[in-house]
Ligand binder design. Structure first.
Ligand code: BGC
Length: 419
């Protein structure tokens, strides 16, 4: 098997607005992070102050050897009150995208990455049918302001995540909005039954709206003049059955991945995001095998999942594949290189079998705010000093940057390369 990736293969790193920008004060997550009985380990605060240091960060990733940068624009900044589109916020993102272009970095822009304006989430979020038109309207307006500059557009990041989390919570009993979320909303005089943030909403109600919102958002972007490849991204698992778990595996894989992949047939690409596998036995999801190496997220270290999910995504959707996220939360950077090498070997096997994989975007450019977990998990190729905001590339950043520059995976016996 050749170690060479096809000409034009896209190499990049990723972030998301709320996780790196800092000060996302009009968003639903910001409000929840500061609640007295918050579900979050700590608030996002200034994050990596990427809102101000985007230019240096883009120069950094370019200098390391990457040709693409995936990031999200923040709906809560662009439409902080329903119907009010902030020209200043759109101008900011035009500058970010223009900085990418000036550095010859392809901007891969995500329109929704978990966070939403507080007004949206207070009024039912994705559980409410109105979300479809609200999202499409935002895509149309933001798309019109940025259309000429974007390299790839992703509508919704991990549109299957509400379903995935709901299913994980539903061990036998129907999903319920957590009491702490209801109390949080009620204390502020909001309707606790309708306060529906992305990671904590009812996946059964949200999923049809998310699928429809992607479709309508896709059309809105196109009619706003976005001509670049446009698609959705999905949090895919390598669903595996232990003996007796086959039926459950098939059900889980359709509910959490398959139905989404079917709905995006004909799109320009589908974004595959993979971190691990999930094994199912007769009684449900199984924990990682005994003695398995675990990542900081408690996931099994299992980079082969990327190959399996690329194959599955291509088979069901028929779309070209862009790996929009893949990576590992670890303090041990040598494990990051080992993980990524094995994941990339899987990408090469997919390419050798003729699967149209367009690129690999590593999560993440830098250590950042890992949602409910706060700043503890370290997914970055670049470390960030939380006091000074200084960036420090890790060995993996140089290693993966070299792979990106040469467009090939060096043999694993190469002494300069992690195995
Ligand atoms: C999300 C990122 C997150 C990463 C690592 C993905 O599910 O898109 O926002 O930080 O996984 O957990």
């Amino acid at each position: 098997m050749t170690a060479k990736f096809p000409q034009g293969f896209v190499w990049g790193t990723a972030t998301a607005a709320h996780q790196v920008e800092g000060g996302n004060t009009a968003s639903d997550f910001w409000a929840m992070e500061w609640a007295e009985h918050s579900l979050f380990a700590e608030p996002s605060g200034d994050a990596c102050d990427h809102y101000h240091s985007y230019e240096q960060d883009i120069a950094l990733l370019k200098g390391l050897g990457f040709g693409a940068y995936r990031f999200s624009i923040e709906w809560a900044r662009i439409e902080p009150e329903e119907g009010f589109i902030s020209r200043a916020a759109l101008e900011h993102y035009r500058r970010v995208i223009a900085s990418c272009r000036a550095a010859s970095v392809v901007p891969i822009v995500t329109f929704h990455h978990f966070t939403a304006p507080l007004w949206f989430t207070r009024d039912g979020g994705w559980e409410d049918k109105k979300s479809v038109d609200r999202f499409a309207r935002y895509c149309e307006r933001a798309g019109r302001g940025l259309s000429d500059l974007i390299g790839f557009a992703c509508t919704i990041n991990e549109a299957n995540v509400p379903m995935l989390i709901t299913a994980q919570c539903e061990a036998g009993k129907p999903w319920q909005r957590p009491d702490r979320i209801k109390a949080f909303a009620a204390e502020r005089g909001w309707d606790g039954e309708r306060f529906a943030p992305y990671l904590i909403c009812n996946g059964h109600s949200a999923t049809p709206n998310l699928i429809a919102a992607h479709r309508k958002g896709y059309e809105s972007l196109k009619s706003a003049g976005v001509t670049c490849p446009t698609g959705i991204t999905l949090a895919m698992q390598d669903w595996q059955a232990e003996p007796g778990g086959e039926a459950l595996r098939d059900r889980a894989s359709w509910l959490m991945d398959g139905q989404f992949l079917e709905s995006v047939r004909g799109d320009d690409f589908v974004g595959v995001q993979t971190y691990t596998r999930v094994r199912l036995g007769q009684g449900g999801m199984l924990p990682p095998p005994k003695n398995a190496e675990l990542t900081q997220m408690g996931y099994e270290f299992y980079p082969e999942a990327l190959e399996a999910t690329i194959r599955e995504a291509a088979r069901i959707s028929g779309c070209p594949i862009l790996v929009t996220e893949n990576g590992i939360g670890t303090e041990d950077d040598s494990r990051r290189m080992a993980y990524t090498r094995r994941a990339l070997e899987g990408v090469l096997r997919c390419l050798a079998d003729g699967i149209d994989v367009r690129g690999y975007i590593h999560w993440s450019l830098m250590d950042n705010f890992e949602w409910l977990e706060g700043y503890r998990p370290k997914f970055g190729l670049v470390g960030v000093n939380r006091e000074t905001q200084a960036r420090r590339p890790k060995p993996s950043a140089y290693w993966l940057g070299e792979i990106a520059k040469s467009n090939r995976l060096p043999p694993s016996n190469d002494p300069t390369v992690a195995t």
